[in-house]
Design a protein around this ligand. Structure first.
Ligand code: ADP
Ligand code: MG
Length: 353
């Protein structure tokens, strides 16, 4: 079987600025055509990693390999990489069409070919009617679509995007998320996308590389990172979670997690007896009433209507507030009610604390 090398391979890549580790030694492999998102809080090293992949920042150590070739020392304009940033960086004195033509003219394409490609790119981002306008005559969302067209037009095989929707309002962001996904599908480009927005990462990515404090916390497909977070940080950063910290023990031969005096049944664990661990339970896996293998009682302190669902916050004596998500059609309890919350052991995920 012939094995294709990864499109982008990052090996032991790190960056120090004086005393600051902007990125600790990182290994990462991105397949051809993949949409990989670097997700993490501000300052976790996302931009630093992206800038080393494209060649804007020289690494302190490590290698960047593209299509099996070492490009660590290749200057940015000699790598087959397109870039889109949060701020559109369009040329204000050029029209939309001229902006999109610019990278093609830089590459000395024939005038007739440039015209065709610009028309195609304008179609791709659905701005065919606005080619003659200047950037200042466009909305923020339209300007960012021009920036996308200007990137996709010369068909780089790798595209890096650093918070490209960060300056847009929520509705427009959701709209452009779908457009970028469709551009990805139509063009087959390999995309490395940066965001600090976990919903955006879940919605758009083939895989998410979750970053925390200058290193990779977990790399997994959206569903896997949500269902099987590896650490308490991953569980807290992606979606909402109930997290009970404690340690692993055994009761009648079965694994349990002891937390604040409670003994919760858990499914198979890799951690040995006595190991510090945290139990993650998603709010949608918690039900009201004493029905599961694990149950805690408390008092309802808040109910939050969310359209499709209702979140019920239950204050417990020893575990803090437990969050429970019901469908909007379920009977929600009233504030002040004493209730039990419960969950089967199968829904709990035991992670590193
Ligand atoms: P993110 O994009 O995840 O917000 P960055 O990669 O921009 O994070 O930054 C990671 C860390 O490196 C931060 O602590 C940041 O302050 C530091 N850093 C980034 N660029 C520089 C620089 N040019 N000089 C000094 N420190 C930097
Ligand atoms: Mg950044």
């Amino acid at each position: 079987m012939s094995q294709q090398p990864p499109k982008v391979l990052v090996q032991g890549l790190s960056k120090r600025y004086g005393e600051i580790d902007a990125l600790q030694a990182t290994d990462l492999s991105i397949e051809t055509g993949e949409f990989l998102t670097l997700l993490g809080p501000s300052g976790s090293g996302k931009t630093t990693l992206l800038q080393m992949v494209c060649g804007l920042v020289p690494p302190s150590a490590g290698r960047v390999i593209i299509d099996g070739q070492d490009h660590t020392a290749t200057p940015v304009h000699r790598r087959d990489i397109g870039l889109v940033f949060q701020h559109y960086a369009l040329f204000p004195h050029l029209t939309v069409a001229e902006n999109i033509a610019f990278p093609l003219e830089m590459r000395r394409l024939k005038t007739s070919l440039v015209k065709d490609k610009v028309a195609q790119a304008l179609d791709l981002v659905r701005l065919a009617h606005l080619g003659a306008r200047f950037p200042r005559e466009l909305s923020g969302g339209q300007q960012q679509r021009v920036a996308l067209a200007r990137c996709f037009v010369y068909q780089p095989s790798v595209i890096l995007m650093d918070e490209p929707l960060g300056a847009l309002d929520r509705k427009l962001r959701e709209h452009l998320q779908v457009e970028i996904k469709q551009l990805h599908r139509k063009t087959g480009a390999t995309i490395i996308y940066v965001t600090h927005d976990q919903e955006e990462a879940l919605a758009m990515s083939d895989r998410i590389c979750l970053m925390n404090q200058a290193r990779v916390e977990q790399v997994a497909a959206p569903r896997d990172i949500y269902m099987r977070p590896a650490t308490a940080f991953a569980a807290e950063f992606i979606g909402t979670s109930n997290i009970f910290r404690g340690h692993i023990s055994r009761e009648n031969g079965e694994p349990i997690l002891i937390s604040a005096g409670h003994a919760f049944k858990v499914a198979d664990v890799s951690q040995g007896e006595g190991a510090a661990a945290a139990l993650v339970i998603r709010p949608e896996a918690v039900s009201l009433g004493n029905r599961g293998e694990n149950s805690v009682s408390g008092r309802v302190i808040e109910t939050i209507f969310g359209g499709a669902d209702v979140r019920v916050l239950v204050e417990t004596a020893s575990l803090g507030v437990v969050s429970c998500r019901l469908t909007a059609t379920a009977d929600a309890p009233s504030i002040g009610d004493t209730v039990s919350v419960s969950w089967p052991k199968s829904v709990g995920v035991v992670v590193k604390p």
